[in-house]
Design a protein around this ligand. Structure first.
Ligand code: SF4
Length: 244
């Protein structure tokens, strides 16, 4: 923490059920070496207990605190105030795009989690009562059909930044396609059909915004390009197999 203090206006997007969206402004003294999430939490703690936002780990592991800070997707728990504003300025904080807003800065990430499941990019949890009660029966990674996209913290920043996701709610999106790429296609025709569909890899316009904002160095854009190569190669080899 520094001795320096800045006076800023924190401008926060607000949206409650049956209310028109609007912004609330909070004048605050901040330490420029604080994180944006610290300032948001102080608003909740000392100024407005109705403010709704998501956070958990405070060290960029859980992916819960993704927001748009001055229009750019950030994990707010690792975004220094000094890097995104200056003394006397306004700092705007908004929810992620391309997800439904639940309340204020909190969005519904359900579509991302379901789609990650659909390409096998999430861990498989025990599902039967016996498995839950007897941990020795729990899922063994050695038996997994899929490999988890382990670097992805499922923060959704890439989907918020993606111009293609903004035009189609059905688009699988960067994180999900990166997960499919990590698993490869050869062992699963259904996965090939899914990623080669209208809302799969071909909807990507190569804007590379996903890679620019990803805090976890997953590099979804490169993985999507690689997945396209895999798809073409897999289709060609199937064609040749049929002809021979
Ligand atoms: S690919 Fe990166 S930006 Fe997208 S959800 Fe995963 S960690 Fe977040």
């Amino acid at each position: 923490m520094s001795e320096t203090k800045w006076n800023i206006i924190l401008k926060i997007y607000r949206q409650k059920e049956n209310e028109a969206p609007h912004y609330s402004e909070y004048k605050m003294e901040v330490d420029p070496d604080e994180y944006v999430l610290d300032a948001v939490e102080r608003v909740w703690a000392f100024m407005d207990r109705s403010l709704c936002f998501r956070h958990a780990c405070h060290h960029s592991t859980c992916g819960a605190c993704g927001m748009r800070v001055n229009g750019v997707e950030k994990l707010t728990c690792i975004t220094y105030i000094r890097d995104v504003t200056q003394d006397g300025a306004t700092l705007k904080v908004e929810p992620l795009r391309n997800f439904p807003v639940i309340s204020d800065l909190a969005v519904d990430m359900g579509s991302l989690y379901c789609r990650m499941d659909s390409v096998g990019a999430r861990p498989v949890l025990p599902v039967t009562e016996a498995e839950i009660e007897n941990p020795s029966n729990k899922w063994n990674p050695e038996d997994a059909k899929y490999i988890r996209l382990s670097d992805c913290i499922e923060c959704g920043l890439c989907i918020s930044a993606c111009p293609s996701a903004a035009t189609s709610s059905g688009y699988l999106g960067p994180a999900v396609l990166a997960g499919a790429q990590a698993n490869g296609l050869k062992h699963d025709p259904a996965l090939l059909e899914l990623v080669d569909s209208e809302d799969g890899v071909w909807r990507c316009h190569s804007a590379f915004e996903c890679t620019a904002v990803c805090p976890s160095f997953v590099d979804p854009a490169r993985r999507i390009m690689n997945l396209r190569t895999q798809i073409v190669s897999e289709r060609l080899s199937r064609l040749f197999r049929r002809k021979s």
